[in-house]
Design a protein around this ligand. Structure first.
Ligand code: ATP
Ligand code: MG
Length: 456
């Protein structure tokens, strides 16, 4: 039996106070949207939204200190106890001519009309803030119970109005672990032209939110099946059905998804995991010697492909650099032959700041082979220990760690500022990587004189 009432004790005091304030002014209030859905699922809601029959001018009067975040659409943000709550006048729907936002909004007096404009039935449930009565005209509770994500009303119409909804559908399949209703899924492909108009920043935000799911692959499978991914990231589709080699149980596509799911990092790290083998499809070659496929250089090629993808998704410069460098450096095969110098050189190449990322990515990558991976995990553990010991010994990893600097070189060698300084410092770092004992002022200066003399 679905409950007809929810005990309002689960709603934060600040939210109930806010509703009480509206009521004292003769207005009605409902708690609505994702927070109701999360409450019914027994998950902690991330934000609380209130709907009310108070019109925008009333809202500004009743909450004089509220931020008029979207007052033309009837939304104000009330800040209480450091938290933000959105209070929105009940709205019907205008027409959408741009596939992004309604041309006009109509304020209505009826909660059912407000719920009708929402995207999915599970997001179209309201609680009367007076008595906790559940208002659920589209069967959202029954869909939650059956584990189904279904559009409110005609899915084709709803997806044609606002192109973001198809991507929200994919995200909710992953984050709420629901199955997509077949009629809702079937409406995605025919409405992709509306999805194409969605700003890249909004697509990126949905990708990032998707990465918070336990298994984001659920969303990416929806995106692949429906054509959403063909719009956003066709590069990934080339791995679909592409067989790998004896080390792998999955095709290139599934391996990327498994790696993303297994990767326990933040959203950007998980996106790097999704993309880490994007260079494989264009580098696959058959080896007669091993009677198997090889993917030479797929890390380098993959980094070249990951760069425009991260740019297209409007990731920040730092995020782009992080994704590209993880794809570039994801491949390493640590063995007992790695000397201390080899480990120092590897740290310099991948960057000391990226070590934790690479460990997490490699752990997920080897698990995502879907075959025996114990030996790989042991190798990773040995690499970590070796890196730790090299770092503990105070290895010089950049020219800043050298016991001489550019000023010393200019003074002691009598040279003028210029490119030569940087070249000598690089040569010294190279020498110190091979032999840390060289990192003493006199030894470095002597070495610097040799480097200077041997320049053409
Ligand atoms: P989240 O857990 O990400 O906060 P949410 O469902 O609460 O998920 P919000 O973006 O906070 O999503 O939106 C709150 C509510 O507004 C939704 O539950 C839904 O009812 C409605 N909504 C949001 N975006 C759309 C949209 N693009 N089309 C229709 N309704 C929407
Ligand atoms: Mg929300």
């Amino acid at each position: 039996m679905e409950p007809d009432r929810v005990d309002l004790a689960v709603v934060p005091r600040d939210v109930l106070d806010l509703c009480e304030r509206l009521r004292s002014q003769g207005k009605r209030a409902w708690i609505v949207g994702g927070c109701v859905r999360d409450l019914l699922l027994g998950r902690p809601p991330s934000d609380w939204d209130v709907a009310t029959d108070a019109l925008p001018p009333d809202l500004l009067r009743i909450f004089p200190r509220a931020i008029p975040t979207g007052i033309e659409h009837g939304t104000v943000t009330v800040v209480k106890g450091g938290r933000h709550y959105e209070v929105t006048t009940l709205r019907g729907e205008g027409t959408y001519s741009d596939g992004r936002r309604p041309d006009w909004v109509e304020f209505v007096g009826d909660i059912a009309a407000d719920l009708a404009r929402r995207d999915f039935t599970v997001n179209a449930i309201a609680l009367d803030a007076l008595d906790g009565k559940v208002i659920d005209p589209y069967g959202g509770r029954s869909d939650l119970g059956r584990g189904v994500l279904r559009a409110v009303g005609d899915p084709h119409e709803r997806f044609s109005e606002d192109g973001l909804r198809v991507l929200r559908a994919a995200r909710f399949v992953a984050s709420l672990e629901l199955a997509l209703d077949p009629a809702t899924e079937a409406a995605i492909e025919p409405t992709l032209d509306t999805f194409r108009k969605v700003a890249s920043e909004r697509v990126r935000d949905e990708w990032v939110k998707t990465m918070k799911a336990r298994a984001p692959s659920r969303a990416f499978e929806v995106m692949r099946r429906t054509g959403i991914l063909g719009v956003t990231c066709p590069e990934l589709l080339k791995g679909v059905g592409m067989e790998q080699n004896r080390w792998h149980a999955y095709d290139v596509w599934r391996h990327g998804l498994e790696c993303m799911d297994a990767c326990t990092g933040d959203p950007i790290l998980r996106i790097a995991a999704l993309l880490h083998d994007v260079g494989k499809p264009s580098t696959r070659a058959w080896s007669e010697k091993t009677s198997d496929y090889t993917f030479y250089d797929h890390d380098r090629v993959g980094a070249e492909i990951a760069e425009p993808i991260s740019a297209r998704l409007r990731f920040s410069n730092d995020e782009r650099a992080r994704i590209v460098s993880l794809v570039r450096n994801h491949l390493f095969h640590y063995s007992a032959e790695w000397t201390d110098a080899a480990v120092r050189r590897w740290i310099r190449r991948v960057g000391a700041a990226r070590l934790e990322d690479l460990y997490a990515l490699n752990d997920a990558d080897v698990r995502a082979k879907g075959r025996d991976f114990d030996a790989d995990l042991e190798a990773l553990a040995r690499l970590k220990a070796h890196v730790a010991s090299v770092l503990a010994a105070g290895a010089a990893l950049s020219t800043r760690d050298l016991k001489v600097n550019g000023n010393d070189l200019m003074r002691e060698l009598g040279i003028a500022p210029g490119r030569v300084i940087g070249e000598i410092l690089d040569a010294l770092l190279e020498a110190v990587t091979n032999d840390p004992a060289l990192n003493e002022k006199d030894a470095l200066l002597a070495r610097a004189r040799v480097v200077l003399a041997s320049r053409p």
